[in-house]
Design a protein around this ligand. Structure first.
Ligand code: GUN
Length: 293
């Protein structure tokens, strides 16, 4: 069994991005600038956004954090999106999800200029990804592809089972694993909370990507010997032993599943660090106008 070290890979990519920013600076070019919009004070969102801003600093990007209280109106938020769309200083921006119930997430996402949508959530980017055109690919699936690539994991002709059908991970992941490319060229099955034969499907899988948000869902008796297992779960479970008071728990029962795997991602330190670095890569592409002019 080989552990897929997302922390090490993300550190390496961080260095590569920082070197590129240095080259841009030396050539007198524009330093990429990411803006993040954060509504309210959800603990998870606060942590994610703080990490995004911190990583911007580490790679040498400019960053702006725009905060609103929980009671911000949809109109105010739409006006903010419009300002960022029209601000030539901002190369890309994200609106951290989830948003409060009185705001339509879809309306906000669709208001973002797709050329600045470094989250890759806008229907133009999702559609272009689905038909294999250059676009911003959302960060978690992009990070997983990068891990498969850097560990040179064979994907052609393999059976990949994706557990979960969210717009952010499951759906784009399934699409990317079936694309005519490397990583890709898989036969893909998507299972979800209403699937009847999930266990049988998993037992057939050469690669299992678990993105259900159900702690320790995947057990040893669901995994074929030699499978590759990618764990996207990051549920915060209360813990009395950590300083933060919680422990990140994956969707895989790691202790019993890992001995059966050829490769497996741990939680934390697997997919998580790759997600932020993929956002940085998209911001770099946005700054260099490499995808859209
Ligand atoms: N909430 C959970 N993951 C994400 C993400 O990748 N981007 C944004 N904007 N919100 C999220």
């Amino acid at each position: 069994m080989q552990l897929i070290d997302g922390k090490a890979v993300s550190s390496q990519i961080k260095k590569e991005i920082a070197e590129e920013v240095n080259r841009i600076r030396e050539a007198g070019g524009k330093i990429p600038h990411l803006a993040a919009v954060l509504v309210g004070h959800d603990g998870g969102s606060e942590t994610y956004v703080a990490n995004k801003v911190k990583t911007c600093e580490e790679v040498g990007f400019q960053s702006s954090l725009i905060r609103y209280e929980e009671d911000v109106t949809e109109e105010e938020l739409l006006a903010c999106v419009e300002r960022l769309n029209n601000d030539p200083e901002i190369d890309g921006f994200i609106v951290q999800l989830p948003l409060p119930d009185h705001i339509s997430e879809q309306k906000i996402i669709e208001a973002i200029d797709y050329r600045k949508d470094v989250d890759g959530f806008h229907p133009v980017n999702v559609g272009r990804m689905a038909i294999g055109l250059p676009c911003f690919v959302s960060a978690t699936p992009a990070g997983i592809l990068e891990l498969l690539k850097r560990y040179e994991i064979e994907t052609k002709g393999k059976h990949c089972v994706v557990l979960g059908r969210s717009n952010i991970v499951g759906k784009p992941m399934a699409n990317l694993m079936m694309q005519k490319a490397y990583p890709g060229d898989c036969t893909v099955t998507v299972c979800h909370s209403r699937s009847n034969n999930l266990k049988e499907m998993c037992l057939e899988a050469d690669i299992i990507i678990v993105a259900l948000g159900v702690p320790e869902f995947l057990k040893a008796d669901m995994v074929k010997e030699g499978a590759v297992v990618i764990d996207v779960g990051t549920t915060r479970m209360p813990s009395s032993v950590t300083k933060s008071g919680y422990k990140l728990t994956g969707d895989v029962r790691f202790d019993e599943v890992s001995p059966k795997c050829s490769y497996i991602t741990p939680v934390p330190g697997g997919v998580g660090p790759m997600t932020i670095i993929s956002l940085m890569k998209n911001t770099l592409l946005a700054g260099k106008k490499e995808i859209y002019k």
